[in-house]
Design a protein. Sequence first.
Length: 137
Amino acid sequence: LAAERATAEELEVVKSYLDRMEQSGLDSKDFLNSDIGFHLAIGEAGHNAILLNALLLIRNLMQRWIGGALAVPGVQGQALQQHHRIFAALNQRDALSARAAMSAHLQDMASHLVEVRHEALPMGEAMSMPGAAINQL
């Protein structure tokens, strides 16, 4: 939606969060806050009150999820590259590419979060997680 509905000013706000992520260096807390701001700014730029309210409601969960994914080495750089692809598609008003880039990003970050959760659990608990049997094939 943001690719089709965002104003130039709203795209500048999204870009400002992308710039802050780039400048955060090894400061994972600043990266995390900028990452959340990036996603919320895209939600605002979509001009969909239901989507934005949903994002605002899960903001604290997003902090935990993103923070967990960022605990995996190399994920911060990967997320930054994915955010660049998302922003480029938004800026070019390419809704299909923006949707595909965001979908890929969310799937990749979710897989890292599952990886962190799996490694943090004792073996018995990890094996009882949904999908654990599939991972053993």
